[in-house]
Design a protein around this ligand. Sequence first.
Ligand code: ADP
Ligand code: MG
Length: 735
Amino acid sequence: MTKNLLRFRAIETVFDRDKDKVVKQESKKITDYFAMNVFTLETMRDFLSDDVYENVLISIKSGRQIDRVMADHIAAAMKAWALSKGCTHFTHWFQPLTGATAEKHDTFFTISSNGKAIENFSGGELVQQEPDASSFPSGGLRTTFEARGYTAWDPTSPAFLMEIGEGKTLCIPTIFITYTGEALDYKAPLLKSMNCLEEAALPVCHLFDRNVNKVFPTLGWEQEYFLVDEALFYARPDLVMTGRTLFGNPPAKGQQLDDHYFGTIPERAYSFMRDFEKEVLKLGIPVTTRHNEVAPSQFECAPIFEELNIAVDHNSLLMDVMDRIARKHHLRVLLHEKPYAGVNGSGKHNNWSMGTDNGKNLLSPGKTPKNRLQFLTFFVNTIKAVYDNADLLRASIASAGNDFRLGANEAPPAIISVFIGTLLEEVLQDIQDRVGDSTKFTEAFKSDLKIDLHNKIPNLFKDNTDRNRTSPFAFTGNKFEFRAVGSTANCAEPMIVLNAIVAKQLKSFKKNVDALIKEGYKKDGAILKELSNCIKSSKSIVFGGDGYSDEWVTEAEKRGLRNVKDTPRALDAYVDAKFVKLFKDCKIFSESELHARHEILLENYLIKNQIEAKVAEEIAMSQILPAAIDYQNRILGNITSAKNVGLVDPSLEVKSELYTNIANGIKGIVKSVEKINTDMEFADSKDETRSSAIAYYDRVKASVEELREHVDFLEKWLDDENWPLPKYRELLFIR
Ligand code: ADP
Ligand code: MG
């Protein structure tokens, strides 16, 4: 029995923290510093001559290749700006498949041929770099003797300054590819998927509006996270090593009272939020909302939506900055999807839509009948795309962490369905009923239908109360909200898939509409007819009921919707012939790239599970078991001494029971650990990564859960002062 346990020292540290000594935050208007660390077009203009600037602008807007001469000009401008801000180094900033962001800093400083020290940054250095890439995952795309990976400048995302302490680095957003151009990151395929979507959406837009020249997806993410004090974090080896607690009983008071949600933000958290928000605002990330989430110590932050590629960069950047600033506050950000069992997990809702260069949101119902038909077109095609490719969407959100969330009784289920609200369900039903199988319809009919939509759609906005929080993919007035995305995810993964499947669907829609027009349909008639076909064939994915209920699982099965619960099996979609063809047609991934990514994702899953199993075993054997035996000895000593002095002990029976309970717990731990080891040996002996990953899911994970049951059981019985790990109530409520 010792108060010297790290747990108690950690608690003391938290109590002793000078809570008033929060980082000074001067209150300036946000507009005074927003994007001050970004090399925006406006900034660029100050550093370039007018004609070079015009040229650059055209290139960036049209996606035209930027030539070497122009790159030299831009590099010089960037360097001048960066030096004026006190920068000494630059880095190509990229998002490899490890899930983190990566950077390799180089200095501007060099020695010129005449031996003089100068600051230098050429177009060549801006455009391409060759980081030592051999340790980034490549899924076999790069053999070690050819370990080169290249980063290539992405001019569509502005360069920015990263301030870390006194150090300032110019970060240049790049894509990361092999020597032969295969993607090793999230960004390259994301940009390709955006092109593909634009290519497919433009001709469909032109059915309604000839003046559209550009279509781009938009993304507004909502990032959920937990905060925990750094001292408590360090006293939990599982949090340190795996990002989640492998053991621990939910506290008596969890989230049942719902008193945390939208409640007052605790002061330390508030101070942290203001601090990191300021940092990210300087980086041009337009964060606007912050609030408590459902669980204690859980929070959310969300920005104004942006063009997709910028939004993806901004979310990756935000996760980095949050982590860094939290440390300054002696806090840790937990981005894991399920840090605590029995407590709400964290997601990252991806609000997705499509915008045009003339300022329209293609998923906004609009005011005129023409706009409504355009809205319905993009709306229905998205639903059809989700229906046809649900497995691929499911794969895009699969990860070891997210497995704990999907289908657990609090997050959207692993069944992909679409929520659209009763009004829109009626509208779609109307279209289907009236257009149905009829081969032609009269003018009267058409205006009829339009009037009907006209009457219903204004009510849509009032219908926002009809928001269903249990749906993995919900229409929320003027955008779709993909809610099943995990909190650690790189948004690019689900967004690549969404862009690709909607692009494919829009292409086929346009083709069918054209065919109908050839058959003699008028344009609007052809569109309605094809919409009706899409509605009819994809209707079963639309679901407005409670996605968390058991009835839905049964109902979904009847509808033929799949419920893939685990990552290794969900990932199969990436190498399914149907989807390989889709990605190839969309020019996003080649078959070998898909196989490589599949391999990387499986490996990632496997390694995470391996680490969890090892950490669980270590904690159970080296921390829990000794504590249990210690307490057992004390009980035994107590019983024996009473006997020795000849006392009749009325509590003897209870003590024996306690002793036996602890003994059972100890035995359970040892047995489970043995089982974990056999299961791991079995899983590791498989030749293929997929079989190995499946064995980890089916067997090892279950054994680790079993071990948890014994440890959590002992937590209930053991002397609190002897328990080595900070308990849930301490992790969640001491701040
Ligand atoms: P909540 O879902 O929490 O009720 P909102 O509906 O206000 O919040 O918006 C959620 C997110 O959706 C915000 O990040 C917002 O920027 C984003 N959003 C709004 N319009 C669009 C759009 N057209 N495209 C993408 N994201 C959007
Ligand atoms: Mg939301």
